[in-house]
Design a protein around this ligand. Sequence first.
Ligand code: MN
Ligand code: MN
Length: 304
Amino acid sequence: MFAHNKRLQYTVRVSESNPGLANLLLEQFGGPQGELAAACRYFTQALAEDDPGRKDMLMDIATEELSHLEVIGTMVAMLNKGAKGRIAEGIDSEAEMYRSITGAGNDSHLTQVLYGGGPPLTNSGGVPWTAAYIDTIGEPTADLRSNIAAEARAKIVYERLINCTDDPGVKEALGFLMTREVSHQRSFEKALYAISPNFPPGKLPPHPEFAKVYFNMSPGEGDVRGPWNSDENFDYREAAPAVDGGDGLGEVILSATEDATLSATIIRTQSDPASDPVTGAELGMGSLDDDSLETPSQVGGSEK
Ligand code: MN
Ligand code: MN
């Protein structure tokens, strides 16, 4: 079950109205790296998880992310409070209202006019939140890696947002939210390494003849060797087709009916390499050197 506590996980102190900043913060409300995406990601993973430790951790973190959603959403609402009253009561002249709304920065006019200053489930560009942000696949050694990357991305977005404001209260709360993502990343990493073995993900082993091969698919000046392709770690090979030793071509075995039908399609749509058809684009150009081409007047009846 869920119960709501009337107090936030972290106190939100906003110094002044700032609809432009509110709009930027929406990135972490309804954006791909935002708190709703994080909460839904871990909540759905927790529901399916059978390991008691991971299930408990996922539920703890999912619930904390919902609490973060509340904090960031509250900041958006506070930053929009001044504009909310102004536009709802229509106290300014139309020109002054227009200037204050459109001059607030980025797309904040949209959140004010369309959403009345409340936090919509969109990102900072107005793109609606979507469940497609969540890439859970139901295998913990793959999902935990994705969760680690998701926390890293969320941390970076918070860092960028912190660099966009000098409001001390907003900076402080964003710093808390950023720090919690670092802590979550650490838990997910520990949980991943608590599964042994965890690499590669899944049960099927990789094919040994390709598992430790590095293909230099972009050969030439600029090739760099490092641990990601070193001789100690990999068999470094130059790009070459058909690494399996076959002819590198695609083939399929068809039934007699399939074969006959496909052949008919191929014959019907075959190209004639010896042809040189006149195109509409060429006719439209009008002044072609080739006398054998019809001029536009001949085609269209124009006097020109
Ligand atoms: Mn969070
Ligand atoms: Mn997190």
